[in-house]
Design a protein around this ligand. Structure first.
Ligand code: 3HC
Length: 313
């Protein structure tokens, strides 16, 4: 294609996005836009599926049938979110098998947060409150992104995510109002999950190599730091309502900016976990590899059935 054609097409593409139009799979798009979306959507899908592991651990150990049913529903939802997102990624002419192999080989990223262990039931409450709470802040924005299939997938995810956060926050509120041991358990879980949850929004804006392009093409509508700040502003009052202390002595409300100022994030810990050295990275990938091995016969049977159907036509 001539360079001039590319420039005209890019101008048309960007004016569509700036007019608030959705880009659909068959529309012209810059290769960089397609590659960025495949990167982001596949990591999002991987995060949903790997995210089932830390919580799935506690389904058989839930303290009541009601808690078991809501956790079971949440974990099943996450599987569905993964499927919507792999389908959204496939609209960009990439095969989900290729994406899954990139995950299993350690080449693809998924949210670092799922590499932390769930030590007791309080973790299940705090994950719903913090991790799903952070995901809602991010996904509410992504539901308005410029790529149609990703925007629609996030719209549907957000509807279920709100239930995830509420069931988590109810567990926290119940334990925070419970026995001394329960209060101590939930405070300990908050102390372990607070800072890794702030890291979920990615590195600071000045350290984010992808944000500029994603913001320009309205895949992201807010920066990592803006979303992180929004999450902190939402969560501090919720912690006060259940009389739980967030583990940040520098947390201060700034009347001028009307935001909660917070302390420094330990980015060394973040990159260490992203690079594969978190407490559960190996365990999570081993679990995904085992699930993939155990499911090979289903994939082979489905392919054989489809081939047979085609031959009998
Ligand atoms: N964990 C692992 N890697 C992370 C990360 C995290 N929390 N945050 C950033 N990174 C990686 C990025 O992938 C990028 O590496 P890459 O270029 O090799 O892909 C690098 O760190 C630099 O970060 P950037 O800020 O430049 O990357 P992005 O612009 O892509 O922003 C993001 C990071 C905010 C996570 C963005 O990718 C995003 O919004 N992704 C879609 C949503 C998503 O993936 N959420 C994960 C949680 S899903 C979830 O919580 C499920 C819920 O049901 C519980």
């Amino acid at each position: 294609m001539e360079a001039l054609d590319e420039i005209i097409l890019l101008e048309r593409f960007e004016s569509r996005i700036n007019a608030g139009e959705k880009i659909e799979p068959k529309d012209w798009m810059p290769e960089r836009y397609r590659k960025q979306l495949i990167r982001m959507i596949s990591q999002h899908a991987h995060s949903e599926v790997v995210g089932m592991l830390p919580e799935g651990n506690w389904i058989t150990r839930a303290p009541s049938l009601r808690r078991k049913i809501s956790l079971l529903a949440k974990v099943q939802d996450e599987a569905g979110h993964g499927m919507y997102l792999y389908s959204a990624a496939e609209t960009l002419d990439v095969d989900r098998r290729e994406l899954i192999e990139q995950l299993l080989s350690g080449q693809a990223k998924y949210s670092h947060i799922f590499n932390y262990p769930t030590l007791n039931w309080a973790d299940i409450g705090v994950i719903g409150w913090f991790v799903d709470g952070a995901a809602i802040v991010n996904q509410t924005m992504l539901a308005k992104c410029s790529y149609g299939p990703y925007s629609r997938a996030n719209l549907r995810i957000c509807k279920e995510e709100n239930f995830h956060k509420r069931q988590g926050y109810e567990i926290v509120a119940t334990m925070a109002a419970g026995t001394t041991e329960q209060r101590e358990m939930v405070q300990d879980a908050v102390n372990r999950w607070w800072w890794p949850s702030l890291m979920m929004f990615g590195p600071s804006d000045n350290e984010s190599p992808n944000s500029a392009e994603l913001l320009r093409w309205k895949v992201k509508l807010h920066s990592n730091d803006e979303l992180r700040q929004r999450f902190v502003d939402l969560t501090v009052p919720q912690s006060q309502a259940v009389n739980i202390t967030l583990p940040d002595p520098e947390l201060r409300y700034d009347k001028k900016t009307q935001h909660w100022n917070f302390g420094k994030i330990n980015w060394e810990e973040f990159w260490n976990v992203v690079k594969g050295n978190g407490p559960c990275n190996r365990e999570r990938l081993a679990a995904r590899q085992k699930a993939d091995d155990d499911g090979a016969w289903v994939r082979e049977a489905a392919v054989a059935y489809t081939m047979k159907r085609r031959m009998n036509r």
